[in-house]
Ligand binder design. Sequence first.
Ligand code: PEP
Ligand code: CO
Length: 473
Amino acid sequence: MLPLTGEAAAHWRTLVAHQRPEWPSMAELGDVVDHLAALPPLVMPQECDTLAARLAQAAEGKAFLLQGGDCAERFDRLSTRAIHSKLRLLHQMAVILAYASAVPVVKVGRLAGQYAKPRSRPTETVAGRTLPVYRGDAVNGIGFSQAERLPDPARLLRMYDASRYTLDVMRAFARGGTDPRQLHKRNQDFVSRSPAGERYEELAGRIGRALSTKNARGGDASHTTELFASHEGLLLDYEAALTRRDPRSGRRYAGSGHMLWIGDRTRQLDGAHVAYFATIDNPIAVKLGPATTPEQALALIDRLDPDRRPGRLTFIVRMGAHRVRYVLPELVEKVTAAGAPVLWVCDPMHGNTVEAPSGHKTRRFDDILAEVAGFFEVHKAFGTHAGGLHIELTGEDVTECVGGGAELGFADLHRSYESACDPRLNGDQALDLTFLVAEMFNPGASGAGAPDAVVNAAPREARHGNSPASSGT
Ligand code: PEP
Ligand code: CO
């Protein structure tokens, strides 16, 4: 792909940008964009290239991607402590997955820029009163008042500052390295406090022994502390303002984060998001919901990865536990037959959102686990690489998803429901999931059915209908 210049790079501006907020003043937005355009980018092209190289390994089956963090970051929740607890959790999960998969785990936070949300409806009605919906801290406030819900372009500058702070904390954390003994101790602590801990004891012990050997050898410097940042590239005014040409290569990079993804609601082939993403050279991803056709997937590959570079394009599939076995096989089959080197990642969260009797948006742990199992089964059937997990999680002890080792129920949700958007796994639920997923790497324990059972049962109606998967946020 040749570096894009002027007009070609600006083509997306002539197309419809779905989910674009109704900014009350375009003049004010213009001032903010000019301000952003004069600020330094938050990430460096070399860092983005390094991540692309890691993801290329994953696409080739030689690494596994772990991507996780909040559904929506919040300005008023920004703290070193909260960032650290998330990063520690990602590290702990990565160590377990690396041991189980026997390949390096690439850690990518869903953070330092995850401040804008696509929404299913433009308004929200509470007690008969209708206001614009909350679209993430980058756009408006979560409080239910006219003033809070009015989009404010100045919030884009706060997004930049909050992202920069988070990246600073992240880089310092990565420089500090991880002590394998502490990781092992945290695993042991989890196993001893988890009601389901007995089941993980043996695996945790083996991981501990492997960590101590590694420690004796001086650690694995290349992969243990490296961390990257990702977010949904939803607000194109913000993304374009931070896009810069790399003087070394002439290529253009989004400077807002290492990896950006296109959401399931903005992946239209004739839309502005796909067109903008085609102009940047970062590693990118597209979320694929259950309505995705193989033709759409192939067209996205042609538009976004015309040179078929491994590591460039990741498909994050989020089908729902009941659909993944029906919808994913045809996509994997046709994309593989086309020779496209995409990295397949499972988001078991967004297709499994349900409403609790209390009205809370929640997800059942067992559905999340079942979708991951289905994803692994499909890839096993095709001999393709189940290349990663994309999880909404937090290191905090929240009560947003039900189930898991501690068997949180609907009645527990009110205790500590903090998410501004979708329900996240708490630290212990995320570790429960990780230990159970670790078992799936062991062929004897995956529970995978015969390949034929997975591939042939593909009713087309699985892709249609009003699924919880396509409603979501
Ligand atoms: C999200 O990741 O929070 C999200 C809105 O996902 P999707 O685009 O898959 O619905
Ligand atoms: Co979400």
